[in-house]
Design a binder for this molecule. Structure first.
Ligand SMILES: [Zn+2]
Ligand SMILES: [Zn+2]
Length: 370
């Protein structure tokens, strides 16, 4: 390890002000933009010494013979050469050379509303996409046909200009993007008129998208390279289609299963019947056995949603709601009274039982609209 005090040319009992002053003097001499690349190594060493001696804790540790950064080198994690460099020289250590005119385009996101049946079975949809495409006139060159970019004569094609600036270190050279060519190193003397020299134009196009069976609200379908074309005809970003499934009139989805409710007259629930239900697969019949209660669930296997990854399908659960008849006419009332008499149910005994917890979750579901 080099002697930080010797590197800065100060004594071991130098004050913080003396250390700062020594560092400024050396940094002025050794800054790579002033002294050239050969001084960069020396500058690094000086900066490392300054970093330790200007931080009281690190200086103390160093004076006691320890390694203040614990790495063996001069630089600890999180405080690299370029950090110091940028702190004092405003990003002069950033990348050199002209920046490319052509860049990747942005990703785009569009929302697509689909019906439940489309989510269950999959679908193909035509989409209108309004996005940037390569300019057909200049093919992304940004130049009028027959012309070409010219090397910027302000920066000589480097994309950067250097200027002398005053800082607390005194005069230093700073490097910044060339204002004439915006850092590209070239200028376009005759910009394409159709894209104003952008190399891309907005265009509306039609796109066919395949929606896989089993998608749900929030599913994103990625279409590579269908986003917008970048500046100067750069590669296109991706297009994401976010699915939103419309609420179905009667069917509610939970995972891969569907749920609905049917209302049964008390008599049908008592006698049993067969129901014809309008499912997503068309009309399907389901048997209701005699003596079915309110709250019972009839499961129709394989009539639910397609499983997105594994294929196969969930189930359709039919929740039974038994309706007790109201407003009986005279004859009906006589019949029900007769039935009650025959069953010995004229005076039910009102026996109490604990309420099953499931009732509460059903109530909650009902209030939550599920
Ligand atoms: Zn053009
Ligand atoms: Zn320039």
């Amino acid at each position: 390890m080099s002697d930080h005090y010797a590197v800065l040319g100060v004594s071991r009992d130098a004050t913080p002000e003396e250390i700062k002053k020594a560092y400024r003097r050396l940094a002025r001499q050794l800054h790579p933009d002033v002294g050239g690349p050969e001084s960069a190594e020396k500058f690094k060493e000086v900066s490392a010494a300054y970093e330790v001696l200007s931080t009281p804790d690190k200086r103390r540790a160093y004076d006691m013979g320890g390694d203040p950064n614990g790495t063996g080198g001069g630089f600890g994690p999180g405080f690299g050469f370029s950090d110091i460099f940028e702190t004092f020289f405003g990003g002069a250590a950033a990348q050199r050379g002209p920046s490319p005119r052509q860049r990747r385009g942005q990703d785009a996101l569009i929302r697509l509303d689909i019906d439940l049946a489309e989510a269950v079975f999959g679908a193909e949809r035509q989409l209108q996409v309004d996005t940037a495409v390569v300019c057909p006139t200049c093919q992304g060159s940004c130049c009028q046909p027959g012309t070409s970019p010219r090397t910027c004569d302000v920066c000589g094609g480097r994309g950067q200009v250097q200027r002398v600036a005053r800082s607390f270190l005194g005069q230093v050279m700073t490097t910044s993007p060339c204002p004439t060519c915006q850092g590209f190193g070239t200028v376009i003397p005759d910009p394409c008129l159709d894209c104003s020299g952008e190399g891309r134009v907005r265009s509306r196009r039609s796109l066919t998208i395949k929606i896989p069976a089993g998608v749900d609200t929030g599913t994103r379908i990625q279409l590579s390279g269908q986003g917008e074309v970048g500046p100067a005809g750069g590669p296109a970003g991706d297009l994401y289609v976010e699915i939103a499934v419309r609420q179905h009139e009667t069917l509610t989805r939970r995972g891969d299963d569907l749920h609905c409710t049917v209302t049964l007259p008390m008599t049908a629930a008592a006698l049993g019947t067969t129901l014809e239900l309008q499912t997503l697969d068309g009309e399907e019949s389901v048997d209701v056995k005699a003596g079915t209660n309110s709250g019972e669930i009839l499961t129709m296997r394989g009539l639910g949603v397609t499983r997105l990854r594994t294929g196969g399908r969930g189930d359709l659960h039919v929740h039974v709601d038994v309706k007790t008849p109201a407003r009986l006419d005279e004859e009906q009332e006589q019949l029900v009274r007769e039935l009650a008499r025959l069953r010995g149910e004229e005076r039910p005994d009102g026996r109490m039982e604990a309420t099953h917890p499931g009732v509460f979750s059903r109530l909650r579901d009902r209030f939550a609209g599920r």
